[in-house]
Design a protein around this ligand. Structure first.
Ligand SMILES: [Zn+2]
Length: 145
């Protein structure tokens, strides 16, 4: 059995999604274009269109970027009190670019989470992943008392 076919932990599925790779195989591209999840993995053909990330990635990115940028703005304002135009010139691009840079990986991580937990339409995929390990019968199972 290849490593990509072994069971995928929640952290592994989310990390693969964060890296914008298929949560199942970790090889195929998760997105077909910016923020648009591919219908199927080009490598393992896993169905990916079941995701339902909605606005959750955006909320996470706002919270993460806000918790870094706002304290940084306050520190700079307290220490140097630069002009408002200079603050806007510095912080608006940093905020925008960091939010855009984190948005797609965060959405990928959410898709990986939903895939690994079998949420929404991923439940059939999760059942398929679990069946082989549960249906394996060893020789000990067949031995009579
Ligand atoms: Zn795949």
């Amino acid at each position: 059995m290849r490593a990509s076919q072994q069971s995928v932990s929640l952290a592994q599925g989310m990390w693969r999604g964060f890296r914008m790779r298929c949560p199942r195989c970790g090889q195929g591209a998760l997105f077909r274009r910016f923020l648009k999840v591919a219908d199927h993995c080009p490598n393992c053909d896993e169905e990916l269109f079941h995701h339902c990330a909605d606005d959750f990635p955006a909320y996470l990115v706002i919270a993460a970027v806000g918790h870094v940028i706002v304290p940084a703005i306050l520190v700079v304002e307290t220490a140097y009190a630069p002009a408002l135009w200079l603050q806007l010139f510095i912080w608006l691009p940093i905020t925008t670019l960091s939010a855009l840079a984190l948005l797609q990986p965060t959405k990928g991580a959410i898709v990986g989470l939903q895939w690994q937990l079998g949420m929404h339409g991923f439940d059939a995929s999760k059942r398929r992943r679990l069946v082989p390990s549960q249906s394996r019968i060893s020789c000990d199972d067949l031995a009579v008392g």
